[in-house]
Write a protein that binds this ligand. Sequence first.
Ligand code: DOR
Ligand code: ZN
Length: 371
Amino acid sequence: MQDSPSRLVLRRPDDWHVHLRDGAMLRAVAPATARVFARAIVMPNLKPPVTTVDQASAYRDRILKAVSEDTRFQPLMTAYLTDHLDPFELERGFTEGVFTAAKLYPANATTNSAAGVSDLSKITKLLERMEAIDMPLLIHGEVTDADVDVFDREAAFIETHLIPLRERYPALRIVLEHITTEQAVDFIRSASLAGDSRIAATITPHHLHLNRNAMFMGGLRSDFYCLPVVKRECHRRALVKAATSGLPCFFLGTDSAPHPRSGKESACGCAGIFNAVHALESYAAVFEQEGALEHLQGFASEHGPRFYGLPLNQENLTLVKRAQTVPRRLESTPSIQLRDAGLEASEWPVLFHAGETLSWSVQVDRQAQTN
Ligand code: DOR
Ligand code: ZN
């Protein structure tokens, strides 16, 4: 293994998949994302979901209001696909620069997805338009069939839906979001190596760190419950290899998904892990362990913009080798003014890596990239 440096200057990264929520939760969590990431693809699964151009631009305004003025953060908005969404509305949002992409939630696959797509055959017109205008399709890739084992739902989705979708719309730009299995890694890697540059996958920090034992360590741990659910160790290893491989088809998407405590600690706990505050340090730990820190910049800051056809960020950010212990709750982090957000103390979300020590710390500086 190579010696690790004590400072790592990176092109400022982007988060290609995040849940910023709304209201008090938005005001509480958005500053953490904006502090580190220059841009973020913002998920549309609000209540009600973001399905119109007006809703998306109003939501974008609320996000910008929630982050401090000196962060220069750009939220990239997404449309929530439904069986009845009007293709003209979708196209208008994309051509006006309000929607960057559209998100496909199979109906009832996850949090606030009840209004999602009941069957891919219902959105043929939308998919045709998206392929024609080169609008990216972001997929929550799980089947919802109650008969399919919850741990097999991603692999089943690839076989049953994604392979036929790719054949039917060969030019459609597709991101399989938050992948969790070796089947997903193999599918994306093979497509990319075969020359398909229009398919990619995001990988979260929690799926790189956790296997399914984490959910049952000494009891039922709702803080480690997310969707798609974390899988066996062999799948986690496949994800680590993919993320650190340097392949351009894999890039950073935190899927940071805060829930109020009452939502997590309940008889039917919500899926979602809040990792925004230490996401980059969390990824850095994995890349360092693999002896692959030289690939962190590609994964965090370059593969995503190239896939989306957006410019690379010109600012830098520095990771320094300075250990930090992650506090349990959002409150004690310097980057967040939670008290102003209006979120009840009892509802503050627990941080990913709470109580653990991470060996890297982000230092935000804003000088331009020199190369
Ligand atoms: O764990 C998850 N939480 N997975 C999702 O797909 C949705 C997200 C949320 O919105 O809470
Ligand atoms: Zn998500």
